[in-house]
Design a protein around this ligand. Structure first.
Ligand SMILES: Nc1ncnc2c1ncn2[C@@H]1O[C@H](COP(=O)(O)OP(=O)(O)OP(=O)(O)O)[C@@H](O)[C@H]1O
Length: 206
């Protein structure tokens, strides 16, 4: 399994925000996407997930399950944690597993991210860091090989960042691959790097 982008370009609102993006990430590898605000990191993850169309180039999951839609092979953990406020923490996970498929154990996932004590609480009472931990638990409850992580350390305390590093290492050791967008350093041993810069509007020719 390999995630490959070749000459990828994306237009948002009539302006190219990504152009000529090339990368290749194989099973057990990771790619860190770096860049300042507005460089197109989130857009790239959404383009990989098929949530925004490509204006140029291609991105494909090679040697994945030929019968599966590429979107079924990935998780996109975005800025929004996707926590349903009216559901309990456990129900948040079981609902996600029902929708996404998979055979992960929700209670084991909650214990792993340090939310075992909160299983019966409504999602609405979780703190920002707990919401992010619940989003990480979703990666465990509905296992998928490709993790697309957008600023995954956001709201996590030091212990939470250690936990994230462990989960990412375990995922790779099981043959998963990771693309993570960040402003900051991430603990991802041997990761490839892709540096994005905002595309400055080109001067118009008269
Ligand atoms: N729906 C949209 N319509 C028009 N422009 C958009 C849209 N979504 C994003 N953009 C623009 O695309 C560019 C890249 O945005 P993106 O959110 O991908 O950057 P980012 O690198 O993730 O930034 P940050 O570090 O601030 O999260 C920005 O200039 C943004 O204004």
């Amino acid at each position: 399994m390999k995630l490959v982008a070749d000459g990828l370009g994306v237009d948002r609102g009539g302006r190219m925000v990504l152009r000529g993006v090339d990368f290749s990430v194989a099973a057990a590898e990771a790619l860190i996407v770096l860049g300042p605000n507005g460089a197109g990191k989130s857009t790239l993850l959404r383009a990989i997930a098929g949530l925004v169309p490509l204006a140029e180039g291609r991105v494909e999951l090679e040697n994945g399950d030929p019968d599966a839609h590429p979107g079924d092979a990935l998780h996109l953990l975005g800025h929004q944690d996707g926590v349903k406020a009216g559901l309990t923490v456990r129900r948040n996970l079981t609902a996600a597993r029902d929708i996404l498929g998979g055979d992960g154990d929700p209670d084991a996932a909650l214990a792993r991210v340090g939310l075992g004590h909160a299983a019966e609480l409504p999602g609405s009472v979780l703190s920002a860091g707990q919401r992010r931990r619940l989003a990480l638990a979703r990666l465990l409850a509905a296992p998928r090989p490709v993790w697309l992580l957008d600023e995954p350390t956001a709201a996590l305390d030091v212990a939470g960042q250690e936990l994230l590093a462990e989960l990412m290492a375990e995922h790779r050791s099981k043959g998963g691959l990771i693309v993570a967008a960040t402003h900051l350093e991430l603990k991802l041993d041997g990761a490839k790097r892709l540096a994005l810069q905002p595309i400055v509007a080109e001067a118009e020719d008269d």
